[in-house]
Design a protein. Structure first.
Lengths: 292, 263
């Protein structure tokens, strides 16, 4: 599914205008997100990231402009159900669990779909497989007894079960340990590659963006300040200074290796991964190539 | 969220914010008593107008005032119908309008009752919107101090009241977030029939309930870690002294109450 923003602006009511970006939370945004992208959104607190995501899901209506899903404006044609194709996962989604069993919690969204019990079970089974939760082992468990990472997977399965075409996540790794963070991104990559789901997420972790995103949008005071490949944007000193970010260590290493001539000119991004960096270092040391 | 703003204190640096909280609470009680006890339509109207003037003096939003009164419209309508149509006493002059006939006295009773409801709501709104929850709790605690002689846990009760008041906006925001999260994974249940929508209530209330308990537990731990031990050995951070304006507020409230016996 293609998402298009056509000169979208958003202004909160007078009462909520004391945001850092002033009364206009989002200003005249133009954007096209193609199907299958892995898009990260970054920006300081109060830059309008959450508002931007809520506009894409249809929770908020633009004050001006339109959000188009496959060239259709759901609000314009009075078809809000089109926004159901956009899955939205809030920060700490495990806080929204409520049922006595994992199965019931995941199947919540299917209640109004008019599916048979067999169809429901198949969909839940599929969603649990997508988030790498064993159906038989977890279906009757109470979601409140699971670990933090498992709870989050259950909450994500609750959205995945609706088979969205776009998945939006607000700081999905907040509060997770390293292992759970890796598992979560493995999951998002699998959904992106195998099902072609567009994944958009808000993150403050530059390393995470560098590793997983194919596109980065930097928001500042309600406007897109930069839009491009994370490797390029995060190497831009000016941009890093604007946001008060520090260059990710992987980029520093690859840049230094580039300066030392260990990687070909213009291809320094090849040294961003541990494998690429080690190959470049070996080349620099003049040692024969070894398998890492 | 509009409803929430009705209960929230925001600093506006108005005259009413500078009044002593004890005197404000006493004045609210006296004014409320006067509103309830008076049987004069004129006096009730004057009292209501006075509250509206105070609303302006408090620099509060006129939009919120209109919203507050409009949100009571169902109460007003049912009160008017009950008083003017259903409680007509034999012998009262009746007004006939088409097939409808209602008592003229009942209409006046209805208006008075509506003014009473509006007055009480505005009075409480003025109190909570011009006094910060902490100051309100401190004022309440000072007023209830004599009850400590009977070993009543006044401080703890007031602390609970103040925490509840302070947590209201957080809970409302939390509810809004949970509502949106459940809508996002609800498969459009909110656009279906009444029974489907009704089934969607539990998924919204349950997480809110769980979150409130977790939040309360965290708060209790945080308070204990800061050595909070209830009222024992506590000294006030703010010392309140009554000023001329506070005595004026009190005197006016007494005059207002006395007026009901004269008028």
């Amino acid at each position: 599914m293609q998402i298009k923003l056509d000169r979208v602006s958003f202004t909160y009511s007078k009462r909520k205008r004391n945001t850092p970006s002033g009364p206009d939370v989002l200003k005249q945004l133009d954007l096209t997100v193609e199907s299958g992208e892995m898009l990260a959104i970054a920006g300081k607190s109060g830059s309008g990231k959450s508002t931007f995501l809520q506009l894409l899901k249809g929770f908020l209506a633009p004050s001006d402009g339109a959000v188009l899903l496959d060239d259709v404006n759901p609000r314009g044609v009075r078809r809000p159900e089109l926004f159901d194709k956009v899955g939205f996962i809030f920060q700490y989604p495990e806080h929204q669990l409520f049922s006595t069993t994992v199965f019931d919690d995941i199947a919540f969204g299917l209640q109004s779909a008019g599916l048979s019990d067999e169809e429901k079970e198949a969909r839940v089974r599929q969603a649990m497989a997508a988030v790498q939760l064993d159906y038989e082992a977890f279906k009757d468990c109470s979601p409140f007894e699971l670990s933090g990472g498992e709870k989050r997977r259950v909450a994500i399965a609750g959205v995945v079960v609706l088979e969205p075409e776009v998945l939006i996540l607000d700081e999905p790794t907040a509060g997770l340990d390293l292992q759970s963070r890796r598992a979560l991104f493995d999951l998002l990559h699998t959904m992106n590659q195998e099902r072609g789901i567009t994944v958009m997420w808000v993150s403050h972790q530059l390393e995470e963006i560098l590793e997983h995103a194919t596109r980065l949008i930097a928001l500042k005071e309600g406007a897109f300040l930069a839009d491009g490949h994370p490797h390029i944007l995060l190497s831009d000193r000016g941009l890093l200074n604007t946001f008060g970010w520090e260059e990710p260590p992987a980029l520093v290493v690859s840049r230094l290796l580039g300066e030392l001539g260990a990687v070909d000119e213009g291809r320094y991004t090849a040294a961003l991964t541990p494998h690429g960096a080690s190959e470049a270092i070996i080349k620099l040391l003049g040692k024969p190539r070894v398998t890492v | 969220m509009a409803g929430a703003s009705f209960l929230l204190y925001q600093k506006r640096d108005s005259l009413l914010e500078r009044w002593d909280p004890r005197m404000k609470i006493v004045a609210v009680l006296l004014f409320g008593a006067a509103l309830l006890l008076t049987h004069s339509l004129g006096l009730k109207t004057v009292q209501l107008l006075l509250l509206i003037v105070l609303w302006g003096m408090a620099k509060l939003s006129w939009r919120v005032l209109v919203f507050t009164l409009l949100s009571l419209s169902l109460f007003f309508a049912s009160t008017m119908i009950y008083q003017s149509v259903l409680t007509a006493v034999p012998g009262e002059s009746m007004i006939t309008w088409g097939w409808l006939s209602f008592s003229s006295q009942g209409v006046i009773r209805g208006i008075m009752m509506c003014e009473q409801i509006a007055g009480i709501v505005l009075l409480l709104a003025l109190l909570v919107r011009t006094t910060s929850p902490i100051i309100l709790a401190e004022g309440l605690e000072m007023l209830l101090k004599p009850l400590k002689k009977w070993r009543l846990p006044v401080h703890e009760a007031v602390m609970m009241f103040s925490i509840a008041l302070r947590f209201l906006p957080i809970l409302i925001e939390e509810f809004d977030k949970i509502r949106k999260a459940q809508l996002a994974r609800g498969g459009g249940f909110h656009r279906k029939g009444v029974s489907t929508r009704f089934r969607g209530v539990l998924p919204m209330l349950m997480p809110l309930f769980v979150m409130s308990i977790i939040r309360a537990k965290d708060l209790a731990v945080a308070m204990e870690s800061r050595c909070y031990q209830g009222d024992e050995g506590r000294t006030p951070i703010r010392v309140y002294r009554l000023r001329v304006s506070d005595y004026a507020v009190f005197s006016f409230s007494i005059v207002n109450l006395a007026a009901i016996f004269v008028w």
